[in-house]
Design a protein around this ligand. Sequence first.
Ligand SMILES: *Cc1c(COP(=O)(O)O)cnc(C)c1O
Length: 383
Amino acid sequence: MIGKHMLMIPGPTPVPERVLLAMAKHPIGHRSPEYSEIQAEVTENLKWLHQTEQDVHILAASGTGAMEAGIINFLSPGDRVLCGCNGKFGDRWAEVCEAYGLSVERITAEWGKPLDTEQFRAKLEADTDKTIKAVILTHSETSTGVLNDLETINKHVKAHGALIIVDAVTSLGAVNLPVDELGLDVVASGSQKGYMLPPGLGLVVVSPKAWTAYETAKLPRYYFDLGKYRKATAKNSSPFTPPVNLVLGLQAALQMMREEGLENIFARHQRLTQATRAAVKALGLATFAPDECASTAVTAVAPTTVEAEQIRSTMKKRFDIALAGGQDHLKGKIFRIGHLGFVGDRDILTGISALEATLIELGGDSAQSGAGVEAAAKALNRH
Ligand SMILES: *Cc1c(COP(=O)(O)O)cnc(C)c1O
């Protein structure tokens, strides 16, 4: 059947019709009063989503651009930074820092395990001369489905005084992330994940403390100079031509989020995660990340008797459902189910029953007919 594609990858995520229709409008001039009005509403709603008093800045970039902006605006060549590395994205931020000549110390954990908060504490406590300028980490590590313990790591960072720069690309909108209450200095996200939008926008919010660091930071910056965005956003404008139609989509998506409410959004993601994990286990497949640190955006699955790539290709061929594969050394070892953004109970039941049918077709010996759907349905009912 043609045209019934279903995205169950952790980005891009499904886009609601209301958002698609908003983006289908003819573009308007970005220096017009009409655009300013939209920008004002969007900024207000972004602040609500981030639970912050600070303006949230919109970049024409993917999530990586937002993170790069979050790093280069607040640091200087040779600055010592700690990077949490327990997956593809943590590694990426260490690479970005190295590309800009920062002095990077990686705090690593095995892929599939959370970062060890004690290692951060030890490094930060030992740094009595305060040479560590920033701690950089990925909240929800999309490559493995691990949610790192941001709160505890943040406490250690606060006791030290360094900046904390957070990749919240698959946690913002999926789990409670009160930016001001936690005192996070830089939080970056991207439109194609929790925002229910297509790819193309990077979003970044900056604390007053990070703006102070901005004044003396010496890394080169131009397009991603957040000072330019700060000035423009304050005037409901943008320093360069913004992706106008994506911003129209963002306006609609944020309206939908406000209608649903933050608590409901978080509860929905929690429910979908529990249903997915219960179903996967009932089907005799192993969840890659432990329950205690499960991301509410993506569940990584490590099948044993059937090959991950075979499952993915059968899901695609038979049901036109896209699942994500493993990255780097996890290629072929795991597959990943996205349940982030515009995803509801029905999507999980559909995805799980298709997975079950796939396992039956591929002859997974532990695939028990109906077990996955039953477990998912029960988990969905409990909430
Ligand atoms: C998707 C994602 C990003 C951003 O990737 P882009 O391809 O640049 O949008 C960054 N961090 C995490 C954790 C992600 O899931």
